[in-house]
Design a protein around this ligand. Structure first.
Ligand SMILES: Cc1cc2nc3c(=O)[nH]c(=O)nc-3n(C[C@H](O)[C@H](O)[C@H](O)COP(=O)(O)OP(=O)(O)OC[C@H]3O[C@@H](n4cnc5c(N)ncnc54)[C@H](O)[C@@H]3O)c2cc1C
Length: 419
C-alpha cells in the first residue's frame, strides 16, 4: 500500500500544523491504453469491486471509469440504511455477508465510515404483518441473523413519541434487527476510492463510457469521452443507467429505471435512536449525527433518468411521516433530492456474466443497494477474477427470469415499480 495512514497521530500532527499537510485521498488518474479489468461506474459497488479485486484477488491493472465525480450517484444520495433482515434463501446469506463486512469495514479501509449499528425496527400494525414478521424473523434466525419481535409496550418504551393513542393504524409491535443501522454514505465512496487507489487502482473521473467495443462476441474495451480504453474484462456497475450502458453491447436487461427521493429536515435534538420503518405507509426515518431527520418513502412510480422527483411523492412521504410522528408536523424540511434506481423484475439484483465474452454485469439493486455495497463488491470481484459466482451470490443469475427462478422477496410479481 502507498499513501498516508489515517490515525490519531496523523490527526494530531495535522492539528498542530493547521491541517496543511493532508494529501488528496486518491490520485487524479488519467486513462492508460489498456487494463486487465475496467469497471464502469464509480459508485459504491464499482469502487468496492475494484478494491476487493486488488486486495483479495491480487490484481493490479484495474481502472474504474466514472462519468461524473466519485459520490455523485446513488452512493451519495441514499438514506444510509443498512440491514440484513431478508426472508428468502437467495438473499439472506448475501446480505448477511454484507453486514459482516460493514462490521469490519472501517479497520479494513482505514477510513471512518461512521458505521452505526443503532438497530432497524420495522413497525407492525395488524395481525397479518405480525405473522409475516414472525416468519421473516424465524428465517433470519435459522440463518444465523439476529432478529427480535417486540410487542407494543417494548416499542413504546423505546419510541414513546410515535402515535400510539390516536392512530388510524395502531402500532402493535415491531421486528428489530439490532445489528442493522446506518453508515455515512459519502464516506463509503471516499473510503473505498482511497483504499483502492492505495492499491494501485486508477480511478478516472469525468470519463463517460459512450460505447462498448465488441468483436467476434468478445469485449475489447470501451469508447469513452477521454478516448478508447482497452480491457480484457469489463464489469458494469452503473446503477440506474445499467440498461443504457448494457445496450451499448447489444444487451436488453430485465430492468426499469425509476426515481427515488430522499429528504432531510432541520437539525433537532436527538430523539430517534434507531432506524424506524412505518408498516402502514411506506416511510423510513433515522436521525443523523447533526440532528437532521433523514427519511424517504416510495419511488415516484414512473420510468425516468432524472435525478429529481415530483411533488405528489413529497406530499405522500410527509403524510406518512406525520401519521407516524405527529410531533414533526412543524419541523422544516431542509433538503430533498432524487436518484435513479435500477428496478429489476423481481426486486433482487444481478451479479453475473453476460452473453458477451469478457463482459460482466452488476445491476438491479433497486432502492436497497447501499447496504449491499461491500458484499456486492466482493462477489463481483470474485466473479471477475475467478469466472465463477461467489457462493453467496449464486442465485443472482441473469437468466433466472427465463428459468422461473426469481427471487421475489415482496411477492409482487414482474412489476418493477412495486418491489
Ligand atoms: C434517495 C435514495 C435513497 C436510498 N436509500 C437507501 C437505503 O437507505 N439503503 C440502501 O441499502 N439503499 C438505498 N438506496 C439505494 C442505493 O443507493 C443504490 O442501490 C446503490 O447506491 C447503487 O449502487 P452504486 O452505489 O454503485 O450506485 P451509483 O453511486 O449510482 O453508481 C453508479 C455510477 O455509474 C456512473 N455511470 C452511469 N453511466 C455511466 C457511463 N456511461 N459511463 C461512466 N459512468 C457511468 C454514474 O455516474 C454513477 O456514479 C437509495 C437510493 C436513493 C436514490
Amino acid at each position: 500500500m502507498s499513501g498516508e495512514r489515517y490515525s490519531v497521530f496523523s490527526l494530531l500532527r495535522e492539528t498542530l500544523r493547521g491541517h496543511s499537510g493532508w494529501k488528496p485521498a486518491w490520485r487524479k488518474a488519467v486513462p492508460q491504453k489498456t487494463y486487465d479489468i475496467v469497471i464502469v461506474g464509480g459508485g459504491g459497488h464499482g469502487l468496492a469491486t475494484a478494491y476487493y479485486l486488488a486486495r483479495r484477488y491480487g490484481l493490479t491493472r484495474i481502472a474504474v471509469v466514472e462519468k461524473g465525480w466519485i459520490g455523485g450517484g446513488n452512493v451519495g444520495r441514499n438514506t444510509t440504511i443498512v440491514r440484513s433482515n431478508y426472508l428468502l434463501s437467495g438473499n439472506i446469506p448475501f446480505y448477511e455477508q454484507s453486514m459482516k463486512l460493514w462490521e469490519g469495514l472501517e479497520q479494513d479501509l482505514n477510513y471512518n465510515a461512521m458505521v452505526s449499528q443503532r438497530g432497524v425496527l420495522n413497525l407492525l400494525h395488524n395481525d397479518a404483518q405480525r405473522n409475516a414478521a414472525i416468519r421473516r424473523g424465524n428465517a433470519m434466525r435459522l440463518n444465523g441473523v439476529d432478529a427480535e419481535l417486540l410487542d407494543r409496550e417494548a416499542v413504546r418504551a423505546r419510541l414513546p413519541f410515535l402515535d400510539f393513542g390516536n392512530a388510524r393504524f395502531p402500532i402493535q409491535g415491531g421486528l428489530l434487527q439490532r445489528r442493522g443501522g446506518t453508515v455515512r454514505h459519502d464516506a463509503v465512496a471516499w473510503g473505498y476510492a482511497r483504499a483502492a487507489d492505495r492499491l494501485g487502482v486508477d480511478i478516472i473521473e469525468n470519463c463517460e463510457v459512450t460505447g462498448i467495443r465488441v468483436h467476434d462476441g468478445r469485449v475489447l474495451g470501451l469508447e469513452t469521452t477521454r478516448g478508447f480504453v482497452g480491457a480484457r474484462k469489463v464489469g458494469l456497475a452503473c446503477a440506474g443507467n445499467s440498461s443504457r450502458v448494457a445496450a451499448m453491447a447489444g444487451l436488453r436487461l430485465p430492468i426499469e429505471s425509476h426515481v427515488l427521493q430522499a429528504f432531510v429536515s432541520e437539525g433537532l435534538k436527538p430523539f430517534i435512536d434507531c432506524v424506524v420503518t412505518f408498516g402502514a405507509g411506506h416511510f423510513y426515518v433515522s436521525q443523523s449525527d447533526k440532528g437532521g431527520l433523514v427519511f424517504g418513502g416510495d419511488i415516484d412510480g414512473y420510468n425516468s433518468y432524472a435525478q429529481r422527483g415530483n411533488l405528489p411523492v413529497v406530499e405522500d412521504v410527509l403524510e406518512s411521516g406525520i401519521a407516524l410522528m405527529p410531533r414533526i408536523g412543524r419541523v422544516r424540511l431542509l433538503r430533498q433530492w432524487g436518484g435513479i434506481m435500477d428496478m429489476s423484475m423481481d426486486g433482487s439484483p444481478i451479479i453475473d456474466r453476460t452473453s458477451v465474452a469478457g463482459l460482466y454485469l452488476n445491476a438491479g439493486w433497486c432502492y436497497g443497494g447501499f447496504k449491499a455495497t461491500p458484499a456486492s463488491g466482493l462477489c463481483f470481484a470474485h466473479l471477475l477474477a475467478r469466472d465463477e459466482p461467489h457462493e453467496v451470490a449464486r442465485a443472482y443469475r441473469l437468466d433466472r427470469f427465463g428459468m422461473g427462478a426469481v427471487i421475489d422477496e415482496k411477492g409482487m410479481g414482474a412489476q418493477p415499480n412495486l418491489h
